[in-house]
Design a protein around this ligand. Sequence first.
Ligand SMILES: Cc1cc2nc3c(=O)[nH]c(=O)nc-3n(C[C@H](O)[C@H](O)[C@H](O)COP(=O)(O)O)c2cc1C
Length: 360
Amino acid sequence: MISDRKLSHLEICRDRNVGSRGKPTHLADVELIHCAMPELNIDDVKLSANLFGKSLRAPVLISAMTGGHPATKKVNENLAKAADELGLGICIGSQRAAIEDSRMEDSFRIVREVSDKLLVIGNIGAAQLLDDNAVNIAERSLAMVDADALAVHLNPLQELVQPEGDTRYKGILKNLKKIVKSLKKPVMVKETGCGISREVARSLASTSIAAIDISGVGGTSWAAVEHYNAQLRGDKFKSEVADTMWDWGIPTAMAVCEVASLGCGIPIIASGGINNGLDMAKCIALGASYVGVARPILLQAFESHIAVSSKLERMVHELIISTLLTGCKSVEELQRVPKVIGGDLLNWVNQRGLAVVKGA
Ligand SMILES: Cc1cc2nc3c(=O)[nH]c(=O)nc-3n(C[C@H](O)[C@H](O)[C@H](O)COP(=O)(O)O)c2cc1C
């Protein structure tokens, strides 16, 4: 059943408009200051990075999307091949379907089979942390793909609007601490399109997690996905509830500021509606260290690894150009670059009392 749902989710994301409806990422509220005399050549811009012990050619990850049904294997292979070709990393989709049915392992394992050098991040849901066997589930998830790290995804909105969703959340932080202590590999926490607030980031900082993916509003809406899912099953009640909650959450730009202003030192991965390299540069200028892309490359992932690779290559090129045009040559410099923020983002940081790094 989980396996069929995984495929249905993937197809809904491919075929329906499940983007945020009225709430953007608010990255348009960020202006990077143009440097007309960069004193740099394009080859001087080096965006190479390290994450979880692996080297990346650019600080870009393919965010968690799929696996868990035989038909998803090819999609994962295309994503992994593209990531490997470009020297980027990949987080696989929730491994729950394969934990419950080992015949599904193949659809995830293919990602590691593409390359030993590839940064592969495993994935389990916060609800699985509440299982008595949580440590064992986490260890099996890591071992299944020889993962370099494990992502724990938080998705309370999706679970609440999903027919048969999990509605227990008590005890997640306590169990997260246990998992982080027990595992030999780093653990990161990610949202799935609703953003992470400063308060949640502060709680997460009390564990020893290795990264936070803020995954904010402005891209894929899981309420939208569940709205269509409920419609397909003739569940009018859930479909209407999901429709109401379509744009719920913290926009991506705001979520980066929320977590960055905490200054807890946990690297931030920015995702949620990242459509191009300029979006990426703006997220880094707000304090992120890495960026993630999911649905903007989904159509390409159904097509071929070349299609994924060329779209991501374009984004990375745009990130390099944006970095050069601000007079920077590295991620670290871009994180401290001068910027101007306005509109709703300025309003948000003022009302929330967030300290935005203004740049030198
Ligand atoms: C088809 C699809 C499947 C996804 N499945 C998962 C998943 O299994 N686990 C997870 O942590 N996130 C999952 N996500 C959420 C993404 O990792 C990401 O956080 C979110 O989609 C926002 O990024 P985007 O706007 O670039 O799509 C999925 C996203 C898509 C589009």
